[in-house]
Design a protein around this ligand. Structure first.
Ligand code: HEM
Ligand SMILES: *[C@@H]1O[C@H](CO)[C@@H](O)[C@H](O)[C@H]1NC(C)=O
Ligand SMILES: *[C@@H]1O[C@H](CO)[C@@H](O)[C@H](O)[C@H]1NC(C)=O
Ligand SMILES: *[C@@H]1O[C@H](CO)[C@@H](O)[C@H](O)[C@H]1NC(C)=O
Length: 325
């Protein structure tokens, strides 16, 4: 027996160097394949278990992605609690109605048991949204990982960067444009409002003192039944479902509802009255494959908005707190 072929040594070495090298760069597919091979599987298992216990956690993962990624970066800044001078983004008026925050640590704890201090909360925000979208009947989206967690809350930017329920469509489009999401993709993203709920506090201005004439009259009666009080206490659990027909399915019913004047928020119904978005509403309403494809592309763009990578930020131990030095 002679010496083994030197190629047998060189090839693994090259692969190792490549792995080490790309390991510190940008977000990439299967970022955790070396450091925590079961990471994505664990996230998926936990998201499924939570969905079986509390179905609406799936809805929350989808909204979390928007509220985290739209504000500067997909960096789990949204998940920080108010403590030691940090003011939580969860306390912003824009976070009104958000729920199920505590369950991100259910996922994080499962990951910490398998591979401590390895998987970022920011990647959990992204992957949980991906897995929730599948549970809600939406498309499977191939996502890169390797995002790192912020060391600060962006509380002062939240109101400026996340549109309000009554903002104009041109304003909405410009907000999304600024992170590389075009008009058609913005229309597709709003399709997330095919699931979940809207509290009466965000609706009553369309019902009282006079009913917005753009609402289907029968639907307006239904909404008034759901929200009989013109001045609801925001703390009351009074709400209407985003989509009365298929409330827990991420389908194109949202666009069909808009075309029949059953949009809930002003921004929803506005997509039909604005000539730059209306043709896309019609397209999404008539072709659900098209909606799912454009929705996937848009979610991917949102999920990769300006991630922290390399030695930026940190890997939090607990998603609610910045690590202590
Ligand atoms: C720019 C436009 C948007 C505005 C103004 C907006 C506003 C709102 C408002 C006011 C609510 C209801 C909150 C409540 O009363 O409880 C809501 C719910 C929701 N939004 Fe948006 N949203 C926008 C875009 C998005 C995007 C891009 C996504 C995700 C990709 C999203 C996902 C959701 C989900 C899933 C819910 C339901 C939450 C639940 O039932 O717990 N929204 N949104
Ligand atoms: C807040 O600061 C105090 C004092 O520095 C420290 O003991 C505590 O662990 C900090 N809490 C968190 C959650 O970082
Ligand atoms: C939009 O809604 C907010 C409450 O969320 C309200 O304070 C504001 O006056 C409304 N703006 C317009 C232009 O109606
Ligand atoms: C629906 O959209 C898909 C994807 O964009 C496209 O391939 C297909 O041709 C469309 N179907 C119709 C009937 O327009």
């Amino acid at each position: 027996m002679g010496l083994p072929n030197p190629k047998l040594f060189i090839l693994p070495l090259v692969v190792l160097i490549l792995l080490l090298h790309i390991g510190e760069g940008d977000v990439q597919l299967n970022y955790y394949s070396g450091s925590c091979p079961r990471a994505e599987e664990i996230v998926q298992e936990e998201v499924q278990k939570l969905y079986q216990k509390h179905g609406n956690t799936a809805v929350s993962w989808v909204r979390n992605l928007f509220h985290d990624c739209m504000v500067e970066s997909c960096d789990a800044s949204l998940m920080l609690d108010s403590v030691n001078g940090t003011i939580s983004e969860k306390t912003s008026v824009r976070s009104f109605g958000m729920r199920n925050f505590k369950y991100i640590n259910t996922i994080k704890d499962a990951l910490e048991r398998e591979c401590p201090m390895t998987v970022s909360c920011a990647d959990i925000v992204a992957l949980s949204a991906r897995d929730a979208i599948v549970l809600l009947g939406g498309p499977y989206i191939t996502m890169r990982t390797g995002r790192r967690d912020s060391r600060e809350s962006h509380i002062n930017e939240v109101e400026e960067l996340i549109p309000n329920h009554n903002d104009t469509i041109p304003f909405l489009l410009s907000r999304f444009q600024s992170i590389g999401i075009d008009t058609e993709s913005t229309v597709a993203l709003l399709g997330a409002h095919s699931v979940g709920r809207v509290h009466c506090a965000n609706l009553v201005h369309r019902l009282y003192p006079t009913t917005d004439p753009s609402i289907d009259p029968e639907y307006a009666e239904y909404l008034k039944g759901r929200c009989p009080n013109p001045n609801p206490n925001p703390k009351d659990v009074e709400y209407a479902r985003n989509d009365r027909v298929t409330p827990m399915v991420l389908d194109n019913m949202y666009y069909k509802n808009l075309l029949s004047h059953k949009g809930l928020l002003l921004v929803d119904q506005g997509l039909v009255s604005d000539p730059s978005t209306a043709p896309f509403v019609e397209m999404m309403a008539s072709n659900s494959t098209h909606f799912h494809r454009r929705f996937s592309d848009a979610v991917l763009l949102l999920s990769e908005n300006n991630p922290l990578t390399g030695d930026e930020g940190e890997i939090r131990k607990d998603c609610r707190f910045i690590n202590r030095e």
